[in-house]
Design a protein around this ligand. Structure first.
Ligand code: S3P
Length: 175
């Protein structure tokens, strides 16, 4: 079975940019779950939160994430899949991730995450206090499903991607 590298982590940890870079580097396909959700719904995530609410977004996210992981498992070549920061709050996603060997957590400190996420269109980054609380409440969830952890720190995208690539060497296929 072709390997699937799954990137998880909080908003602003660089999952999309690092995922794209890793896919390029490894010659694997790349999918970003948030992007697929927006394409399928024909609207932005912030619009979905505003009109249908977070619960409706999570339902769509569950379907898309599980679908992307099924596709990746059936693919002939390797895949990199970046998940939205809240995908780990979905029971079915966590259950699925528990059977995946290459779940990589990109860890970033709260200040860096907020500096990157603030001022954008992310609905859950609008309020600093709520963002902080969410960060604290998520930490344990990320750790519970991660097989590999990478500290993003001050590193740039290429450095993080290189570190992930190095860490997954030799782990492909091991559950
Ligand atoms: C969310 C993170 C976002 C996006 C949505 C909800 C979250 O993805 O899925 O705004 O609950 O943490 P990124 O982590 O890619 O910003």
């Amino acid at each position: 079975m072709a390997p699937t590298l799954i990137l998880i982590g909080f908003m602003g940890s660089g999952k999309t940019a690092v995922g794209r870079q890793l896919a390029r580097q490894l010659g694997w396909s790349f999918a970003d779950a948030d992007h697929v959700i927006e394409q399928e719904l024909g609207t932005s995530i912030s619009e979905v939160f505003a009109t249908a609410g977070e619960a409706a977004f999570r339902k769509q996210e569950e379907t898309v994430v599980l679908g992307l992981l099924d596709q990746a498992a059936a693919a002939a070549d390797g895949s990199v899949v970046s998940l939205g920061g809240g995908a780990v709050t979905i029971d079915a996603v966590r259950e699925r991730l528990s059977g995946e060997p290459l779940v990589v957590l990109l860890q970033t400190d709260l200040e860096t995450a907020y500096a990157r996420a603030r001022g954008g269109s992310r609905p859950l980054a609008a309020d600093e206090q709520a963002f902080r609380q969410l960060y604290d409440s998520r930490e344990q969830l990320y750790r519970s499903v991660a097989k590999i952890m990478v500290d993003v720190g001050e590193k740039d995208i290429k450095q993080v991607a290189a570190e992930v690539a190095r860490l997954i060497m030799g782990r492909k296929g091991k559950a």
